[in-house]
Write a protein that binds this ligand. Structure first.
Ligand code: ADP
Length: 501
């Protein structure tokens, strides 16, 4: 391990709610079942590395079984045949049930993922409920167009669901990412096979049980926990899955897209990694800028694909900014995520923990200045101090690669043109932000930066109706609201002769 020295201990004595874990099996055709192989895997508590539960481990055979259930539900079941209004009604009921089970879901999310319980409760569950209600409301408002054609014909465009859709989900926002795919796919009339991340399968299974309780027909939603190269790969290459949504690393996104192309050329939506720039201009209010940057990088322990991880600061305010940013980072409360005062829980698992510490070592080795943090916290679990490097150069590994942890890189710039050029000098293009009180400066930046989301004087502000997705190797396709409904449907053109008109 790169640097496992203990800087300060994690406070003991979690004051967590306690629910029994009800669902640990695969959810196929409306039933919780064992894996065909009989295998299970352990999901671990990132606070301690101890086992929370053994979960059924799906592989290619289980994915195939789930696809057959989803196919039957699509070809013969009521779901795609129901009116949009009727589908919407089930999904609204589903959202109400999720809301009623907020505490259980938030508990499971924090236990499995390590994020602060209050964030799970007031952030993640809220995002799930609002996103689901948004797409439930679209279910009866999906409509095509009519065309008066060049000739005696009338054309119509008709939106249709793809059929069986597959989704592969990451571990950083397990519930939110699950619903970002499941909600629109179902609202559009598709049936689904979903694979949650192996690190965090518990909330997806709970959400599957609630879908059944809400009245979703058997087979319309199937949830198969398992590992990427087995269960995930089986979804990507399945010949009878008609559309694939993937959120995860750019590296795996490429593998998944290749498998999708080589099998049945299923269309894919990819939401991948990022190395998002934040530009702090000299006219910015320093305290506002520091707050924005602190949230941009440290939120969710840095485990956000949109994390603002390259902080470009204008040279005239660099020293003052850095001093305040360090002071603020030092005040962040790291510890047991069930404690209400805690802002940063552990990283999700040992692999991520070690990777982040290696990045910290590489920052030091390449000559970046470690301004605060840099250490593991405590002697069990996967806690890392909020870390800031100053004097970072564009070509350093910590400035180029996605770290997915609480490690901020601060870089200096002189002119806006230079900042824009350097901000765009990355393979990624998921998000970007500028902090400035000059609207012309902000406008120039927003129109020049190659990123799917751009924030002016704020960060990590999302909405269920706004398009979300990346440029360049951060992926393609847009999720959320009507955009995600359309990305789960295909358009058919229908032509008919027009007589006597
Ligand atoms: P991370 O590096 O953040 O864990 P990954 O891209 O590895 O992100 O994982 C995101 C999702 O992709 C997880 O559900 C994981 O199991 C899945 N996955 C990983 N490898 C593959 C693969 N070869 N094929 C399909 N899915 C995969």
């Amino acid at each position: 391990m790169a640097s496992a020295e203990n800087c300060f201990p994690v406070a003991n004595g979690p004051s967590q709610p306690n629910f029994t874990i009800k669902y640990t099996k695969l959810f196929i055709n409306g039933e919780f079942v064992d894996a065909i192989s009989g295998k299970t895997f352990e999901t671990l508590d990132p606070r301690t590395g101890e086992v929370i539960a053994a979960v059924a481990e799906g592989d290619a055979a289980d994915i195939d079984k789930a696809v057959r259930a989803a196919r039957q539900a699509f070809d013969e079941g009521p779901w795609p045949r129901m009116s949009g209004l009727a589908r919407g009604k089930v999904l609204f009921r589903y959202a109400d049930l999720i809301e009623q089970h907020t505490d259980e879901l938030a508990y499971l999310e924090t236990l499995d993922n390590g994020k602060p319980f209050l964030l799970s409760k007031y952030g993640d569950v809220d995002v799930v409920v609002k996103g689901l209600r948004n797409v439930a409301g679209w279910a009866d408002k999906i409509s095509g167009q009519t065309y008066k054609m060049d000739g005696p014909y009338q054309g119509m465009s008709l939106y249709e669901p793809y059929g069986v859709t597959g989704a592969i989900i990451p571990w950083n926002f397990p519930m939110a990412m699950f619903m970002m795919k499941v909600g629109p796919a179902l609202a559009a009339g598709n049936t689904m096979v979903v694979k949650p991340a192996e690190q965090t399968p518990l909330t997806a299974l709970y959400l599957a049980a609630l879908a059944k309780e809400a009245g979703l027909p058997d087979g319309a939603l199937n949830v198969v926990p398992g590992f990427g190269p087995t269960a995930g790969a089986a979804i990507a290459s399945h010949m009878d899955i008609n559309k694939l949504g993937f959120t995860g690393s750019t590296e795996v996104g490429k593998i998944v897209m290749e498998a999708a192309a080589k099998s049945n050329l299923k269309p894919v939506t990819l939401e991948l990694g990022g190395k998002s720039p934040v530009i702090i201009c000299e006219d910015a209010d320093l305290d506002v800028a520091v707050d924005i940057v602190n949230l941009a990088l440290f939120f969710n322990m840095g485990q956000c694909c949109t994390a603002g991880s390259r902080i470009f600061v204008q040279d005239t305010i660099y020293d003052a900014f850095v001093a305040k940013a360090v002071e603020k980072a030092k005040k962040r409360v790291v510890g047991d995520p069930f404690k209400p005062e805690v802002e940063d829980g552990p990283q999700v698992d040992e692999t991520q923990f070690k990777r982040i510490l290696e990045y910290i070592e590489s920052g030091k080795a390449e000559g970046a200045k470690l301004l605060t943090g840099g250490c593991a916290v405590g002697n069990k679990g996967y806690y890392i101090e909020p870390t800031i490097f100053g004097d970072v150069q564009d070509d350093m590994k910590i400035a180029r690669e996605e770290i997915f942890g609480p490690v901020m890189s601060v870089l200096k710039f002189k002119t806006l043109d230079e900042a824009i050029k350097r901000a765009n000098n990355t393979a990624y293009g998921l998000a970007a932000a500028i902090v400035s009180n000059d609207i012309d400066v902000a406008n120039r930046f927003t129109r020049s930066v190659r990123a799917g989301t751009v924030w002016i004087n704020c960060y990590h502000v999302y909405d269920h109706s706004l398009p979300f997705g990346g440029y360049k190797t951060s992926g393609f396709g847009r999720e959320q609201g009507l955009h995600s409904i359309h990305s789960h449907m295909q358009l058919k053109a229908i032509i008919t002769p027009l007589k006597d008109s």
